[in-house]
Design a protein around this ligand. Structure first.
Ligand code: DGY
Length: 321
């Protein structure tokens, strides 16, 4: 009998078809995530699950689905999964790095331009009939040539952002204890915050990075600095950011990720015209989402058929007798 595999959201058809050739596939056919009870219900008897970053996979869930052997996350980030709990229970955890690096970095630069050049307020004004003439003094932004950009976290995406920013003529500095770059200057976080015209966040969400940017860090930043977050919402303390914005600090903020997420429509962050918020779309191109789906499926198939998944966080569980 074919193994049962669950896909927790509507994803690329080709990817699901590939799974159907080998497994008994149960698909959550909605664009909204299943509730916890629905997820547990679907997972009953499953050997594998293709998850999204909105599915919380913890020890409790894993205990309730003892048949589960692999969790394949359709994301490079995996803060939705308790990896030690999975490892302890012999469950492989796989992710989709690399295929989204360039796309996410390009989006970060797009968000930077949008914020630095007031593209969203300008577009909204035009659409709403608030375009009466050529304005010498409205929608004034800032030039990026020669600006200092501070990259917090020089992993794959951070490094790609650094390269793109360098190619645009920006001075790049970074902070990351794990990485010594030959190309970019490493500084301490506090120096980076003090010196940067733009601060862009590219760290994973860990206990050590939760609330990394809070009152003290925001206070150190230049009053007209731009803050970008395309990493994970909780890396920035939302209340601290609101306090900073309320006292007129920072000239612009670009958020692809927020805390909470999704950000409710009545959230006070939306009150600030200089804050551009988009719904976690940095990897959202047709090609990249297709590659992410294909890789998540490849991971799942390999883990369930005795192969080597291309991206497994705990491959040791696959080789336990
Ligand atoms: C990830 O992959 O972790 C992103 O947040 C979604 O592409």
């Amino acid at each position: 009998m074919a193994l049962k595999v669950v896909v927790t959201r509507r994803i690329h058809t080709e990817a699901v078809e590939r799974l159907r050739q080998l497994f008994d596939v149960v698909e959550w056919e909605s664009d909204l995530p299943p509730a916890r009870a629905e997820l547990l219900d679907m997972l009953n008897g499953a050997a594998g699950v293709l998850t999204l970053l909105t599915d919380r996979i913890d020890g409790d869930l894993l205990d309730r689905v003892p048949t589960l052997r692999v969790v394949s996350n359709l994301a490079v980030g995996y803060d939705n999964i308790d990896v030690p709990a999975a490892t302890q229970r012999g469950v492989a955890v796989c992710t989709t790095p690399n295929v989204l690096t360039r796309t996410t970095a390009e989006f970060t630069i797009a968000l930077l331009f949008a914020v630095a050049r007031q593209i969203v307020p300008g577009a909204l004004a035009a659409r709403q009939g608030d375009w009466k003439t050529w304005y010498p003094m409205r929608f004034l932004g800032r030039d990026l040539l020669g600006a200092t950009i501070g990259v917090v976290g020089l992993g794959r995406i951070g490094e790609e952002v650094a390269s793109l920013a360098g190619a645009l003529g920006m001075r790049v500095i970074y902070t990351d204890d794990r990485i010594t770059s030959q190309r970019f200057q490493r500084v301490a976080l506090e120096d980076l915050l003090r010196e940067s015209d733009i601060v862009t966040l590219h760290v994973p969400l860990l206990d050590s990075t939760r609330g990394l940017i809070s009152d003290n860090q925001l206070a150190v930043m230049k009053p007209d600095a731009i803050l970008l977050n395309t990493a994970r919402g909780p890396v920035v303390d939302t209340d601290a950011l609101l306090r900073a914005l309320e006292r007129g600090h920072l000239s612009g903020v670009g958020l692809d990720v927020t805390d909470p997420e999704p950000l409710p429509a009545d959230h006070p962050l939306y009150r600030f015209e200089r804050v551009t918020i988009v719904p976690h779309i940095a990897s959202a191109t047709h090609a990249t989402r297709g590659k992410m789906s294909a890789l998540a499926v490849e991971n799942l198939i390999a883990a369930l058929t005795g192969g080597e998944p291309p991206n497994c966080l705990n491959p040791e569980v696959l080789h336990r007798g």
